[in-house]
Write a protein that binds this ligand. Structure first.
Ligand SMILES: O=C(O)c1ccccc1NCC(=O)[C@H](O)[C@H](O)COP(=O)(O)O
Length: 223
């Protein structure tokens, strides 16, 4: 199974093109006003047109209502909704039914107790994104550039595809993959020169490092 690489929080044509040219499998667009990566619907529409099916478009929302999701559907037509708030299992089922798109549920992780929610979400979600749990005073539930203890996922037995995120960058993504055995990686802060400002060279370096790690693990598996 090929590793999925997601670059999240893209907001300009130039850096989106860099991510697509570098081979990102997923490109994430944030629709959450407190985020430095938040997009207007019109920018989302413009960037969505640029993707041209070269990658999966991920719309990232936090406890969004139906009207907000409807507007995002109209503007971006996302391939996946990434639900990064306190959405219940019933809300996931509701969104899948109403909008007909796969959902990736973000699960905040700080301790092993945080994994107790998995059976419920795993019954409905199409994919899980493990992310570092945000501090209580954080202005947003993700995109904070902080890792969690990847060893908490060492003995994970999840039948669903999952990604790891939270504080990843080119220098630690291989270790994150080695420990978590995740099928995908996701990054935002680690490819930025400032909050919300994506750096083309960091994007390329991250994708190179993730692919190199994938190649290394595949070599080991065929020995
Ligand atoms: O990126 C944001 O600003 C954001 C805002 C609100 C909810 C989630 C957000 N990001 C979610 C992502 O998928 C990030 O890529 C993930 O949290 C990792 O972020 P980082 O630690 O900065 O790499």
């Amino acid at each position: 199974m090929s590793l999925l690489v997601k670059i999240c929080g893209l907001s300009t044509r130039e850096t989106l093109e860099t991510a697509l040219d570098a081979g990102a499998d997923m490109v994430g667009f944030v629709f959450f006003p407190p985020s430095p990566r938040h997009l207007s619907l019109e920018t989302g529409r413009d960037l969505g047109r640029q993707v041209k099916r070269r990658a999966l478009k991920v719309a990232l929302t936090v406890d969004a209502d139906d009207a907000t999701l409807d507007n995002i559907m109209d503007a971006l037509s996302p391939d996946i909704f990434q639900l990064h708030g306190k959405e219940s299992v019933a809300r996931l089922r509701d969104i899948k039914q109403k909008f007909g798109r796969p959902v990736m549920k973000a699960v905040p992780v700080a301790t092993s107790a945080d994994l107790a929610v998995l059976p419920g979400y795993a019954a409905v979600a199409d994919r899980i994104l493990f992310d570092a749990r945000a501090p209580k005073d954080a202005t947003r539930p993700g995109g904070l550039g902080a890792p969690f203890d990847w060893h908490l996922l060492e003995n994970l037995d999840l039948k669903l595809p999952y990604m790891v995120s939270g504080g990843l960058h080119a220098d630690n993504v291989a270790e994150a993959l080695r420990v978590t055995r995740a099928g995908g990686v996701d990054v935002s802060s680690g490819v930025e020169s400032a909050p919300g400002v994506k750096d083309p060279e960091l994007i390329k370096a991250f994708i190179r490092a993730a692919r190199a790690s994938q190649d290394a693990s595949q070599e080991l598996s065929v020995r």
